[in-house]
Write a protein that binds this ligand. Structure first.
Ligand code: BG6
Ligand code: MG
Length: 216
């Protein structure tokens, strides 16, 4: 039986994809990389900042040292933070707050399990924090999805064994991480049908049968 739910943040609770895309695109253009597109951005879902940078640099005709890569990732994050300044609770996806409140009412423990190091800022700006029990994010981990570390840290914070946790994800790397961590998974978002999750729905608002998901 499921006693805890671990939600990915970007693309599951909040809409940040466009801001990540705009920030990476700005960096790519500065580097003279013109071919960076939304398909590349799709592959950046769920993966760490440094792994996302590697996807941008695939289209570069020069190589960068590790030090330069750190500077580039920091620069992208500055652009992303500029965009986050405008963020408020309108970035929360449809009906998410009501869904979280309903699950809490059922007695479930709720956590975030996100690769993002910006998760605390986002949770604060969107006023989601009061609806959650715990947060595990890029600041708590050294390995990124598809490694299960971020979800195992979340389960540990909730004091629940992995098999009593359900992971909600919008990325293939995240579903792989849930499987590797021994957790059940619910795939949501624009690619929900191709993520290979145990359960799928277009978004959290479209999950009609929580009862059967939680009983398994
Ligand atoms: C994930 C996003 O949630 O966080 C990725 O899906 C992003 O696209 C990753 O690269 C790391 O985010 P941040 O905010 O630490 O750069
Ligand atoms: Mg995501």
């Amino acid at each position: 039986m499921i006693k805890g739910i671990i939600f990915d943040l970007d693309g599951v609770l909040v809409s940040t994809d466009e801001m990540h895309y705009q920030a990476w695109k700005r960096l790519a253009e500065e580097l003279g990389i013109t071919g960076f597109n939304r398909e590349d951005n799709r592959r950046q879902r769920g993966v760490s900042r440094m792994a996302s940078l590697e996807i941008v640099l695939e289209k570069s005709d020069r190589t960068y040292t590790d030090e330069e890569k750190i500077e580039l990732a920091e620069r992208k994050n500055e652009y992303y933070l500029e965009l986050l300044e405008q963020m408020d609770d309108s970035a929360v996806l449809e009906n998410v707050k009501a869904v979280l409140a309903g699950l809490k009412k059922r007695g479930l423990q709720l956590a975030v399990g996100s690769a993002s190091k910006n998760a605390p800022i986002i949770l604060q700006k969107t006023e989601l924090m009061p609806l959650l029990d715990e947060v595990s994010c890029g600041l708590d981990t050294t390995r990124s999805k598809p490694d299960p570390e971020v979800f195992l840290v979340a389960a540990n914070k909730l004091k629940l064994p992995a098999e009593e946790c359900l992971v909600v994800e919008d990325s293939a790397a995240g579903i792989e991480a849930a499987v590797a961590g021994g957790m059940k998974s619910l795939g949501v978002g624009p690619f929900h049908q191709s993520l290979g999750a145990d359960y799928e729905a277009e978004n959290l608002n479209h999950v009609t049968d929580w009862e059967s998901i939680l009983m398994n």
